[in-house]
Design a protein. Structure first.
Lengths: 298, 453
């Protein structure tokens, strides 16, 4: 099997991709959204014409609202980012934006999150990430518990987790680029996307491991690497197709779906793509590599 | 053979019935929607705030004054009061829920209020914030240091705050308030009737404080400080202050709609305009339809007859899941629609695993009907294991998520569960039924897939 023979090349490609993603994280730090750090986001659309941004900036400097960041959106709108606002501050903000009523506007979206709500969400996100990872390792170790030769079942779990990290880190690396060039921010959906990738990408790996499990039961004196190669050969097409159908709907969601889930869909697409890649080119070659290392040390 | 055809017919009829229900109960699809009976009318999709527009408010409740064991009871009382208050303003389907403190949710007791259709935050917070906080305080024991300030005229002013200490008796124990007029002076007064617990507390307070003042605080300020003459066992108190009849009437109205058992502060607010929401719905529906069509095309072109069966099974799956969204009901958010769309992609995964296995069995020389049953049997373990990991993620997300994430986790998790059923049961019945076309070359072509002949 081509992939098993050239496993070092594919393992290196994955390693390079992961390293690049980690490097990107350091070069372009992720922008944390107001979901986690608290703050307010106001989106307004003017009915006829929108006032010049510089004028508004100057007025806001004289007000006691902290730093106010104004970004144009669409033809007639502004998105205003600020610290979290109470009712009085919120109406002051709207009054200022409408230039005391001279430029009529409609408020499309207003979101003000106190710092304590942000902290709560951060804690929830961290607990959820830890729990999902643990639950999936345990599940894989359990599902493959009957296989112990030549590679013990917890190592399947470990390999699945290595490929899982790979599948999550690379989309996050891509997201740093989105964050840097298009202003995407780490919000609740970002965490949901990361956690969903954990669940979805491992299912591809399981399809192939399941085949290895079945073939090992029937394999008598076959070399382990051959069994893995055969299993890959038999199942990589279905692994690609099952991901393809999910990628189709995700791309449809990205191109035609609601604005609020665009980055979410894109990140999941990347996760599915690399999830399929890793289940074929990373998880199984790693299994073979481990078995070879075991043999050497004997 | 007859049995198989009957099974197919049953599934087709049930599937169509479900689809018919979804169609009938959707005003945009059914031109005669207004004339339908209430069952259909009440089964519309329930849209979350981000799709229907509205306000989402998170309050922090200050329970520092409540004894440990009663926190949860007073939070429930708080929820009831706010719910009544919101209902007074005629908001349709408001959601008021308590989020208790804990390891996961943080140390604050929170109250979450969703107001669909209310996009005026000022108005929304005002209608909740106006609720009065009624407290009864007693004189501080003698010897308590009292804060004295000297104002600019040189007069000594005793700080009222330090004169009184709080008691357990609050507006939480109020049964009702009535506006009355004094028989002799014609002055308006508000008489209060406590509930059972409140009556006991009030009796105790008056018994212990005969000859002393009891202060009645409203929204943190004393409005009346009568002197207790005797124990009052019947749970009736009177506030006679210097207010006009109309002020008295307003006070009674506010007290009756419920006094807040604990003070609250607004932590976070979110308001979504209605246009933003309806655009998101349209876009979500479009994405779902396009995604479905591409997948259907792929399945039929690549897997031929089994592919066609998978598309029928997928249609039934979509009908079932949409009906479940309506009947349970599931509150749909933008993330929830995304979860549903992703589940369409995942739903065919099980079919693909089965068909690939089927093709393999055909290649190794089995007959079509053997290959079909072996395909289902052998693919099951990988379908089960690969879906469980997705279900694990969905369950944990549901458990931890805020309402928007819960929507995603719920639709995705439900999607995976229902799709396992539709792939295993529905596809299997159809495929085994389809084996009647025999074992000839055409049949083998129809059951093969991809580029094979």
């Amino acid at each position: 099997m081509f992939i098993i023979k050239n496993k070092k090349i594919f393992l290196s490609i994955s390693a390079v991709l992961v390293l690049c993603s980690v490097a990107l994280l350091f070069i372009f730090p992720l922008k944390i959204g107001i979901d986690f750090k608290g703050g307010a986001l106001t989106e307004v659309v003017y009915t006829s014409s929108r006032p010049a941004q510089a004028d508004l900036d100057n007025v806001f400097k004289t007000l006691d609202l902290g730093s106010v960041l104004i970004q144009p959106t669409g033809e007639l709108g502004y998105i205003v980012k600020s610290l979290d606002l109470n009712e009085a501050q919120h109406s002051l903000l709207l009054k200022t934006l409408s230039e005391n009523g001279k430029s009529p506007l409609e408020e499309k979206d207003f979101n003000s999150i106190g710092p304590s709500v942000g902290r709560e969400l951060t804690r929830k996100a961290i607990i959820a990430i830890i729990l999902v990872s643990l639950a999936i390792i345990l599940f894989i170790a359990f599902a493959f518990r009957k296989i112990s030769r030549p590679v013990s079942s917890w190592k399947y779990g470990l390999m699945a987790v290595v490929s899982l990290l790979h599948d999550v880190i690379i989309p996050i690396g891509l997201f740093t680029l989105l964050s840097h060039f298009y202003g995407a921010e780490v919000d609740t959906l970002f965490v949901v996307a990361a956690l969903t990738i954990l669940g979805l990408s491992v299912s591809d790996t399981i399809v192939i491991f399941d085949r290895i499990r079945e073939n090992l039961r029937n394999a008598n004196k076959e070399i382990f690497s051959e069994t893995v190669g055969k299993s890959l050969n038999q199942s990589y097409m279905r692994s690609v197709f099952t991901s393809l159908t999910v990628i189709i709907v995700l791309l449809s969601l990205f191109f035609f779906g609601p604005e609020s889930t665009k980055y979410f869909a894109l990140m999941l697409t990347a996760g599915m793509f690399f999830g399929t890649y890793s289940s074929i080119f990373l998880a199984s070659p790693l299994l073979v590599l481990i078995e070879e290392l075991q043999n050497k040390s004997k | 053979m007859l049995k198989k055809i009957i099974y197919i017919l049953i599934i087709l009829i049930l599937g169509s019935a479900v689809a018919f229900f979804v169609f009938k109960s959707e005003p945009k699809l059914n031109p005669n929607f207004e004339a339908e009976n209430s069952f259909f009318k009440n089964s519309q999709f329930r849209l979350g705030l981000d799709l229907s527009g509205g306000s989402h408010l998170i309050y922090k409740a200050d329970v520092s004054g409540v004894p440990g064991g009663e926190v949860s009871a007073s939070m429930d009382a708080l929820r009831d009061v706010i719910e009544r208050r919101v209902n007074l303003f005629g908001v349709s389907e408001p959601i008021v829920q308590v989020q208790n403190s804990g390891f996961v949710s943080g140390e604050d007791e929170k109250l979450i209020v969703d107001l669909p259709g209310v996009t005026d935050v000022e108005k929304a917070t005002a209608m909740i914030g106006q609720t009065p906080l009624l407290e009864f305080k007693i004189e501080a024991p003698e010897g308590t240091p009292q804060e004295v300030t000297i104002d600019k005229d040189g007069k000594v002013v005793l700080d009222v705050e330090s004169q009184f200490v709080s008691t357990e008796l609050t507006g939480r124990y109020l049964k009702k308030a009535i506006l009355e007029f004094d028989q002799t002076t014609r002055e308006p007064k508000v008489s209060l009737q406590f509930d059972d617990t409140g009556t006991k507390l009030f009796a105790q307070i008056t018994k212990d404080n005969i000859g002393k003042m009891v202060a009645i605080y409203l929204d943190g300020a004393p409005i009346s400080t009568p002197v207790v003459r005797e124990e009052i066992p019947n749970g009736q108190a009177v506030i006679s202050g210097s207010f006009t009849p109309s002020e008295g009437k307003l006070l009674v109205g506010r007290l009756n709609s419920g006094a807040l058992p604990v003070p609250i502060t607004l932590l976070s607010r979110q308001t979504i305009g209605a246009t933003l929401g309806s655009n998101a719905v349209t876009a979500g529906v479009k994405a779902a339809i396009i995604g479905f069509l591409i997948i259907a095309l792929f399945l039929i072109l690549w897997y031929r007859l089994p592919g066609l069966i998978a598309v029928i099974a997928l249609c039934i799956y979509i009908a079932i899941i949409l009906a479940l969204f309506k009947l349970l009901p599931v509150t749909l958010t933008a993330a929830g629609i995304a979860g549903f769309i992703i589940s369409i992609g995942i739903a065919v995964d099980a079919n693909i695993l089965i068909f690939e296995r089927l093709k393999e069995e055909l290649h190794s020389g089995h007959t079509i009907s053997d290959a079909v049953s072996a395909g289902f049997h052998r693919a099951w373990s990988s379908i089960r294991d690969s879906n469980i990991s997705t279900i694990i993620s969905a369950v944990i997300l549901f458990w931890f998520g805020t309402s928007l994430i819960k929507g995603f986790a719920l639709t995705l998790g439900m999607g995976v569960l229902v799709s396992m059923f539709s792939a295993i049961v529905i596809s299997k019945v159809f495929l085994s039924g389809a084996t009647f076309i025999g074992e000839n070359k055409v049949a083998r072509f129809l059951f093969s897939s991809g580029s094979s002949k």
